[in-house]
Design a protein. Structure first.
Length: 257
């Protein structure tokens, strides 16, 4: 159950969840609450979270307070829940080289296009946003939050990840969305209203020398724009991220000092 404006919460299925029951119901509930708060477009009240997860309010409050003790969620002045600083600590070692390589690139991309730029990685069957940069001088832009998840087969970032995946390259054309094949051919993907209603996105895969897809660089925007120009700009940014990540990997110490 969800209220309008809030995302449906999904937890990636392990063996136990695939069989219909999580290994730990309490932990599963807490993680679902954390995912919901992290993905919400605005702070959520305890009642909002309880309603979305179909749990009693007192149970929900105790879970949120535990997450607050660990700094994974925080509260605004009105007492509503929002993501905590502890999430950033947990995310530090998620594709660190790619994130470090991408940061200046997506900052320049956001400012050059006056659009929100972000970096996405694949987590099983989901695309997960790990870094977001909003343009500094735009009159208006789309707000997007790190931690946003959506099915990998929907939205330009997911299509770009699929286009760069080896299993996609080995799949027959009949098994893939035409947009995935098109992205492989031209280097970037486009989608409209597949993740957020009314929002458009352009994305390109970040590929290693051996063709491994490490991530995708994306823009989210509204209105009419020259898609070919945006696509080429995003594809160039993805190539630059890959180049910077390779350079960082080669310059990293490989043994004890």
């Amino acid at each position: 159950m969800t209220r309008p404006g809030y995302p449906t919460v999904t937890v990636t299925a392990g063996a136990a969840i695939a069989n219909g029951a999580p290994a730990s119901q309490t932990l599963d509930r807490g993680l679902r609450a954390l995912e919901l708060v992290a993905a919400a477009a605005r702070p959520m009240t305890t009642a909002d979270v309880a309603h979305a997860l179909d749990l009693h309010r007192s149970i929900t409050y105790r879970m949120l307070r535990t997450l607050e003790d660990r700094r994974l969620v925080d509260r605004d002045p009105a007492g509503a829940w929002l993501p905590g600083a502890g999430l950033a600590v947990l995310a530090t070692n998620v594709v660190p080289e790619v994130r470090a390589a991408a940061q200046p690139v997506i900052e320049a991309l956001a400012d050059d296009t006056a659009m929100t730029a972000f970096l996405v990685i694949r987590d099983h069957d989901e695309a997960v946003t790990v870094s977001v940069v909003e343009p500094r001088s735009a009159v208006a832009h789309v707000t997007y939050r790190p931690g946003k998840r959506h099915p990998v087969h929907r939205g330009a970032p997911g299509l770009a990840l699929l286009a760069g995946a080896r299993e996609s390259a080995e799949s027959s054309s009949s098994e893939l969305r035409p947009e995935v094949i098109e992205c492989r051919d031209r280097g970037w993907a486009y989608s409209e209203s597949e993740v957020l209603p009314g929002m458009k996105s352009v994305a390109a895969p970040v590929l290693d020398d051996d063709g491994t897809c490490r991530a995708a660089v994306a823009l989210v925007f509204v209105g009419e724009h020259d898609l070919d120009t945006l696509g080429r700009r995003v594809a160039a940014a993805a190539t630059e991220v890959a180049h910077r990540a390779r350079h960082m990997s080669k310059s990293r110490p490989t043994g004890p000092a």
